[in-house]
Design a protein around this ligand. Structure first.
Ligand SMILES: [Zn+2]
Length: 134
């Protein structure tokens, strides 16, 4: 977990926004930025975002809910939200654990995700939800 990124302290309730500012989030991050990672699934590798784990109840859409657009694919479990004006992906509901969001770290106010340095990459190509049970 990261409590400070590039000299910027993560607030217990940190604000986040899309690029144009229409969509604003409030994210409770009592433990800082948790488990930042990239993902190499077909969608994430196109976006190139670094996401962090946030339980559903710790992320609120403070403004611009009407601008959020939903993109779903494949098993239709994950819910990928992005701003309909500027196109920036802000967060998604994870299909591995639908009780969690993946938050785009770059949307956190004042945070430059490049200050994280190297982050691990999740094996999204071989996502467990894509495998046949058993
Ligand atoms: Zn926007």
């Amino acid at each position: 977990m990261y409590k400070v990124i590039g000299g910027v302290p993560i607030q217990p309730v940190h604000r986040a926004s899309c690029h144009c500012g229409a969509v604003r989030l409030e994210v409770e991050l009592p433990d800082g930025v948790v488990d930042p990672r990239r993902c190499d699934c077909s969608l994430c590798r196109r976006k190139g975002t670094i996401v962090a784990t946030v339980p559903l109840h710790r992320l609120r859409v403070a403004a611009g809910r009407e601008h959020l657009r939903l993109y779903q694919l494949n098993t239709m479990t994950a819910r990928h939200w992005f701003c309909g004006i500027c196109g920036i992906h802000t967060h998604h509901q994870r299909r591995l654990d639908p009780n969690e969001y993946g938050l785009n770290v770059a949307c956190l106010e004042g945070i430059n995700p490049f200050d994280l340095g190297e982050v691990p990459t999740s094996d999204g190509i071989n996502h467990p939800s894509d495998r046949a049970p058993g």
